[in-house]
Design a protein around this ligand. Sequence first.
Ligand SMILES: Cc1cc2nc3c(=O)[nH]c(=O)nc-3n(C[C@H](O)[C@H](O)[C@H](O)COP(=O)(O)OP(=O)(O)OC[C@H]3O[C@@H](n4cnc5c(N)ncnc54)[C@H](O)[C@@H]3O)c2cc1C
Length: 393
Amino acid sequence: MDEIVIIGAGLAAVTAAESLREEGFVGELTMIGKERHRPYERPPLSKEFLAGQQPIDDAYLFGADWFTDHDVRLRSGVTATALDLDAGRIGLDSGEWLGFDAAILATGAEPRVLELPGVERAHLLRTIEDAQRLRRAIEAGRRMVIVGGGWIGLEVAAVARAAGLEVVLIEQGPLPLQQVLGERVARYVADLHLRHGVDVRTGTAVEEILDDGERVTGVRATDETLPADIVVMAVGATPRTGLAESAGLPVGDGVEVDERLRTADERIFAVGDIAAASNTLLETRLRVEHWDNARRQGELVGKTVLGGTAVYDWAPYFFTDQFEFSMEYVGHGSPDDEVEIRGDLDAHEFIAYWMGGDGQLTAAMNVGIWDVNDTLRSMIGTRVDRTELTDLR
Ligand SMILES: Cc1cc2nc3c(=O)[nH]c(=O)nc-3n(C[C@H](O)[C@H](O)[C@H](O)COP(=O)(O)OP(=O)(O)OC[C@H]3O[C@@H](n4cnc5c(N)ncnc54)[C@H](O)[C@@H]3O)c2cc1C
């Protein structure tokens, strides 16, 4: 294999490049990145950077030297616009075509935007520029309405409250995160936000973003109008599957790949937020929008592109920080699972265990208790005796 092209230049892409070099690939390696930045971490954009506690430079994954040292041709500010499978080449918005022996799609996801009047005035949060704009708005603003009670919406709420803003968080469902955490733990998260003064409105939908012709003045929701000078839309993300789709590759909720992250075309792979991959541990197809998944799949694809036999066989993992709620979650629980809590909920030091109908542990979350996630990971998929569950301290 002489030429590999990675489309996208986020965490999954850069980890794939690193892995390919570590696995001994000495051919030409090109990475195409739409953004004008070197690859960077997104988690700080809704946490330390947004809170003004960390300079943006700390978010970059590697220095510029890394790319020259590893002979990776990083093409920043360039978009891949076509994937021509017959000719084995990738079209760029610069007019060039790049040949490849293998290509890795790592184009990530983009924020979902609700079709509402005035929606163009809402802040989205995905890129450095989005975070810089939102940071400036927080510094100058007084009242924020956040549409969507997912992880990013909740993290932004925590940062904005800490900065002294009035914050209303609008969630369409019965509780923020209920679909992920189930009722009991979702209630804990909602209570935390309420205690910190976030006005959490559930069962509410936004119908319009209002302005005075120049700036945002509020939102019209199901039953009332809420004043705001900042509106943040945080209603999830959509995988960027356009290239794969137009090339005729199977796409469902993401680009469909097997357990080695290979699409229906054996030269094309997909990793990170974009990939709907066969997970051999959970025996299901999964698309995961988390940092750890992008990193691990990047590592894995560096092996499988070169013919390695490793597979996607791990449980998903993610983390968040909101006020004094700081946690790691491993597994793939369902909102209908039963939950057992061990430890001290009020002190934000506990472990939540999710159990499926067959008594198997589907997921676990350590809150304020550290260095236990590997132990929890090893328990996922096993039958557990509830009387023996502890907070592992
Ligand atoms: C604000 C925020 C906070 C987060 N916090 C957490 C957290 O606390 N914990 C956690 O586990 N996860 C978190 N995540 C999720 C995590 O950051 C993502 O899962 C991860 O970034 C996915 O990496 P990726 O490389 O697949 O995609 P991305 O990071 O989206 O990178 C894809 C890149 O490809 C580029 N691209 C797209 N199309 C093209 C094209 N046609 N040509 C060239 N380039 C293209 C994009 O511009 C982008 O730069 C957060 C995400 C965000 C946005």
